[in-house]
Ligand binder design. Structure first.
Ligand code: AGP
Length: 610
């Protein structure tokens, strides 16, 4: 969590850093701060609250400076206070740093530094880092040697940017365990936790590896490895552009991202099918011989990415003959699930930086599994560590609640399932062609649904005052019920639970009463009749019912108060459609309740700590 940014160039650093921090605010929004290099030394400016609060404070005060670092915080060590806000300085005030990550041996380091007479003024682990930098620099007089020694001393994860009062036009960065990317423009250089921070100025990126140290300056970029040896990193031009990081006329990023889902599906599918056949052989580098070595598939993820994985599990069961296990990364990493060279382990993460997912991947890899990442972020830690990668083509997702990347993840997983089905011979060419033809129709069907936003807004108005919701679904609709409940709770703070509809009788039915709406995900599929029975059970307990059903289902209206119809599709593809009304429902309920939809309380977009 936390976002860091650094700039060296000829422009007004404060403006560029504030703009960058706003683009990184999805990573945390407890406090924000800048360190600017001025003729009179380092100027530190901080504010508790959002970047906009810091910007307001700066209006009359920011001196013109062409070099600085910035931070937006998601509190871990120490409360949300001004003293704990970054940047942090050493005792002399010559060094200032911003940090994303956690220093695990912070207490030992603090005690050691205090024994040497260092006085701490914050409760953060970050402050120990800046005092150590000052100490090593006074011992060596060499900044590279200092940063090499620093890495040996710190345990945990960190991405750092550091500015020093006496260093001409340069910032130093270190990356170990937390994301950090470098950008180079014309006579200016950037560093940040994520590319959108400097997308208005450059699309030329260098991705740092574990332990890398970088100097960004007016002259360009220098990179060393953790031992201080020079290291070459290719410059990659990213295909994201700045309009992708703007709201483009929408009131919220989340709303914009919901509306982008047809486009996301189209670009995720583009070039990956041809003439009714799946066409990702080269991208994944698998052939029939490769996949014959596997008999198990593990899919591991967190949150919404986990729910996309649960959808994929049901499809893989149908289209392939593997033994499949799906788990949340925070459990998987500590379990004793059999994993070996006959396992394909797929890690699904929008950000590619989720700490538990990365740790789970490292475990599976060490046990001999073939590891694959499905992620939206090229160059992310996860993408760089695995054997095979499939990138979503979703563009940056800024709303903390994932929407378009959920759709993109399901699409990518379906493509992998089709590929495995073909290579294993469990899907006939006719079946493959039939599925792909329907898959290619899904973006249009999603767009038809997106036009019905106002209808779902009307529904939201009827239910926004409720304090508890139950979501139910069966089969492939169960993970959609889970995702619908997650969306509602994370942005509206309404208590929502999701159950496999058949489980209702085993406990949750006790919750039902006229004040507890039940949202039933019930497309026309093989389990329709079964879910309908569960709806009747809920109706008998006087719970108000909303059904997400297939168009033309006149039967269901007898049992429910409201219906939202989705276009007809094959059972496997219904999740792409049933999730859309649930995203709109959560959004409009949260809007009616006046919540901060794009930045819900206590959450951060990428969870880079365990
Ligand atoms: C989704 O709305 C959540 N914000 C969250 O559950 C998220 O999906 C989870 O933290 C996983 O993130 P990742 O996909 O970047 O790994």
């Amino acid at each position: 969590m936390c976002g860091i940014v650094g700039y060296v160039g000829k422009r007004n650093a404060a403006e560029i850093l504030i703009d960058g921090l706003k683009r990184l605010e999805y990573r945390g929004y407890d406090s924000a701060g800048l360190a600017l290099k001025t003729d009179k030394g380092l100027l530190i400016l901080k504010e508790v609250g959002k970047v906009a609060d810091l910007e307001r404070m700066l209006q009359d005060r920011a001196p013109v400076s062409n070099q600085g670092i910035g931070h937006t915080r998601w509190a871990t060590h120490g409360g949300v206070t001004l003293a704990n806000a970054h940047p942090h300085k050493d005792g002399s005030g010559r060094f200032a740093i911003v940090h994303n990550g956690i220093i695990e041996n912070f207490m030992d380091l603090k005690e050691e530094l205090e024994r040497d007479g260092v006085v701490f003024i914050s409760e953060t682990d970050t402050e120990a880092i800046v005092h150590l930098i000052a100490r090593f620099y006074s011992e060596t007089g060499d900044i590279l040697a200092t940063l090499v020694a620093l890495q040996k001393k710190l345990r945990g994860s960190f991405a750092l940017a550091m500015i020093q009062q006496d260093f001409p036009d340069r910032i130093y960065c270190v990356r170990k365990g937390s994301p950090l990317v470098i950008g180079s423009g014309n006579g200016e250089s950037f560093c940040a936790s994520d590319v959108p921070a400097f997308l208005p100025y450059t699309r030329n990126i260098q991705y740092l590896d574990e332990g890398d140290i970088a100097e960004i300056s007016l002259q360009g970029i220098k990179i060393w490895d953790e031992n201080g040896e020079p290291s070459e990193k290719p410059v990659v031009t990213v295909d994201w552009d700045v309009t992708m990081t703007e709201k483009s006329g929408f009131s919220h990023y989340m709303l914009k991202e919901i509306h982008e889902q047809g486009m996301v599906l189209r670009s995720t599918l583009k070039g990956r099918t041809a003439d009714g056949r799946i066409s990702i052989d080269q991208e994944l580098g698998w052939d029939a011989e490769t996949v014959s070595r596997w008999d198990k598939i593990h899919i591991v993820a967190c949150g919404t990415s986990y729910y996309a994985s649960l959808v994929a599990e049901r499809v893989l069961e149908k289209w392939t003959d593997f033994d499949i296990k799906v788990d949340v990364a925070s459990e998987y990493r500590y379990r004793h699930i059999r994993c070996d060279s006959s396992t394909l382990a797929i890690f699904v993460s929008q950000s590619g930086e989720t700490a538990d997912t990365i740790a789970a991947q490292r475990k599976a890899r060490s046990e001999g599994a073939h590891c694959m990442a499905i992620t939206n972020v090229r160059g992310s830690t996860l993408a760089r560590e695995v054997h095979s990668v499939m990138l979503l083509k979703a563009g940056p997702e800024i709303g903390v609640a994932a929407t378009k990347t959920f759709t993109g993840q399901m699409a990518a997983l379906f493509l992998v399932a089709l590929q495995l089905g073909r290579l294993r011979g469990t899907l006939s060419p006719e079946e493959e062609e039939r599925l792909i033809n329907e898959f290619l129709q899904i973006p249009y069907k999603v767009e038809l649904l997106l036009e019905r936003e106002q209808e779902i807004r009307g529904l939201a108005m009827n239910y926004a005052d409720k304090s508890n919701f139950l979501f139910i679904g069966r089969g492939i609709s169960f993970p959609i019920a889970l995702e619908g409940a997650l969306k509602l709770k994370e942005i509206s703070y309404i208590h929502a639970e999701a159950y496999a509809a058949g489980e209702m009788k085993h406990g949750p039915i006790a919750l039902l009463e006229p004040e507890v709406p039940v949202v039933a995900v019930i497309p026309r599929d093989g389990l329709y009749e079964k879910t309908l029975s569960n709806i009747q059970e809920a109706k008998a307990r006087n719970a108000p019912l909303i059904a997400i059903c297939t168009e033309g289902d006149t039967h269901i209206a007898k049992y429910v108060q409201a219906v939202v119809e989705i276009p007809w599709t094959d059972e496997e593809f219904t999740p792409f459609l049933t999730v859309v009304p649930l995203q709109f429902l959560a959004f409009h309920i949260a809007l009616l309740k006046g919540k901060e939809i794009d930045q819900p309380r206590n959450l951060a977009k990428s969870v880079t700590v365990e």
